[in-house]
Design a protein around this ligand. Sequence first.
Ligand SMILES: [Zn+2]
Length: 175
Amino acid sequence: MPDDKMIQCKRCDKAFSSTQKNCPHCNAPASNKLAKRLMWVLGITFLGLSAAIGWGIYQRTQEKVRTLQEIRTERRNEKILQRAMAATAFLKGRLENTASGKKTATASIDADKIQTNEDGSILCFHYRITTPDGESKAGKAVFAEMDIHNTDADWALYCSGKKLTALPEKRAESD
Ligand SMILES: [Zn+2]
């Protein structure tokens, strides 16, 4: 018989026909090639699935980290913009002397030239004031430590050669 291969018993090492389910010598179950193959297939499938799931979890984690960073950056940018807006209004009021109730000049502040530090606690402004008689002059001012400073020494202390950037882009507002 061509199918009648001889196999070796795992337990007693004696040979017997592969057609027999149990060893005729010691009654140990014959090793089943199909079962072995199935175990391999299952094992490899399991490993493959584990890797796929692991990769999926890793990817999702990375996405979450990115999103958190984006949220943090967005919040920081919003804070900087809010501070810049408040400081601009404050500086304009100071330059135009509106606190006295009598506007003595018109100030224009170039928003594109405003420079900020990392968190918006230091803001460096370029402005131009025009008096009612048409006299116009440019100046610089710093908003730092919750107040306006506009001497050259202040500019040197807070702005000149410091690590500053332009204001963050305003986020497109969704309605
Ligand atoms: Zn045996």
